[in-house]
Design a protein around this ligand. Structure first.
Ligand code: SAH
Length: 347
């Protein structure tokens, strides 16, 4: 077998140069070797269980203007909405009934949600659902704010690093945003005690295999508990509207590689993957993913949280999404389970 591939499988680690060379030269047969190894590892840690996260997209207001994102502040065509606290709680009630034991509260960086308001929301959910994990994904904050959320009962935080190369970061974000600050946020979250999620888009504009090699090295070294990887998909109201979407195959390959680097990582088969291919989530699982994040947001607002074009499941009720996902997983021999789905530390 190719030396780099056996080194990756044996040591869960490569140099940046080796990751790059792997991405540049990999054959279809070698991809299949990695896929099988990734699935074997996922099953050895988590069995044939898939964890479901109930995703509540509670606001699409955002102060940032990330060039790739459909809800960026500069998009005047975006129909903005913000759920009330009561609407968020109602999503959790519905989600709990459906069997979700993790709620993911995601939004743009909406300044309406001050520390006090977020703490009130998190505390309320924590008290009402002591057996559930609360995941927050609302972007970059200062450490004391992250600490307040944590003390109120949040357990996990998703903040994709987006790219581990500063120059690349600067090509896809406006100058007000900083690579150093995003990385500092991830470290602050880790220091506070969160289960932390990093991640990146695949074939986002200007991304090279060397950039991805740095992303993989970052994941190897930072050791996030969760890692979100999905294809970049253009949105019609962004400056990247004419760019092409990231490749399905490459996203699958990267899921496998990340599973091998971090055998116990919580790795979602993302909605973006399901958007570029009708069997995207299933294929994701068959390449090492073990998490899915069906939508719990109220149907009325679903079609407004559009980070990219053609997003799937924007018309479905929460229950339909859950059932659909259960059936999809069953068809490929996996079980969508009722479980908090914490990171198991086996490796
Ligand atoms: N505001 C929060 C949540 C961001 S949305 C935050 O800053 O973390 C979650 C993720 O969607 C982003 O981190 C980004 O990686 C991804 N995303 C944004 N635009 C996208 C696009 N056009 N295609 C694919 N993924 C996108």
């Amino acid at each position: 077998m190719n030396k780099i591939i056996s080194k990756l499988i044996d040591t869960h680690s490569l140099s940046v140069e080796e990751y790059e060379s792997l991405l540049n030269n990999i054959t279809d047969e070698e991809k299949e070797v990695l896929r099988q190894e990734a699935v074997k590892l996922a099953i050895s840690v988590y069995g044939k269980k898939i964890f479901a996260r109930g995703l509540i997209e509670f606001s699409n207001y955002c102060k940032n203007n990330c060039y790739y994102c459909g809800i960026r502040s500069g998009n005047k065509n975006c129909d903005r909405y913000r759920l009330t606290k009561e609407e968020i709680y109602e999503c959790c009630n519905i989600g709990y009934e459906l069997g979700y034991r993790t709620f993911v509260l995601q939004s743009g960086e909406d300044l309406y949600f001050t520390d006090d308001i977020m703490v009130e929301i998190i505390s309320h959910i924590r008290n009402k659902f002591p057996d559930c994990a609360i995941t927050i994904s609302i972007g970059e904050k200062e450490k004391d704010t992250y600490k307040k959320y944590f003390d109120a009962g949040a357990n996990r935080y998703l903040l994709r690093h987006e790219t581990a190369n500063k120059e690349h970061y600067e090509k896809i974000h406006p100058k007000e945003m900083s690579y150093e600050h995003r990385m500092k946020c991830l470290q602050d979250l880790r220091d506070i005690g969160y289960q932390v999620g990093a991640g990146f888009m695949v074939e986002c504009p200007y991304q090279t295999n060397l950039d991805i090699a740095h992303d993989l090295k970052f994941i190897e070294e930072f050791k996030p508990e969760m890692c979100g990887i999905g294809p970049f998909i253009p949105h019609k109201d962004t400056i990247f509207k004419n760019e092409k979407a990231g490749s399905f195959d490459k996203t699958l390959l990267l899921l496998s590689i990340v599973r091998i680097i971090r055998p116990n990582v919580l790795l979602p088969a993302t909605t973006a993957l399901g958007t570029i291919n009708p069997l995207g989530r299933e294929k994701g699982v068959e390449h090492g993913a073990n998490v899915v994040m069906p939508n719990l947001s109220p149907t009325e607002v679903r079609s407004k949280y559009l980070l990219y074009d053609n997003k799937i499941c924007t018309g479905d009720e929460a229950a339909e999404c859950k059932n659909c996902m259960s059936q999809r997983m069953k068809k490929i021999g996996y079980d969508l389970v009722i479980d908090r789905g914490d990171c198991i530390l086996k490796y």
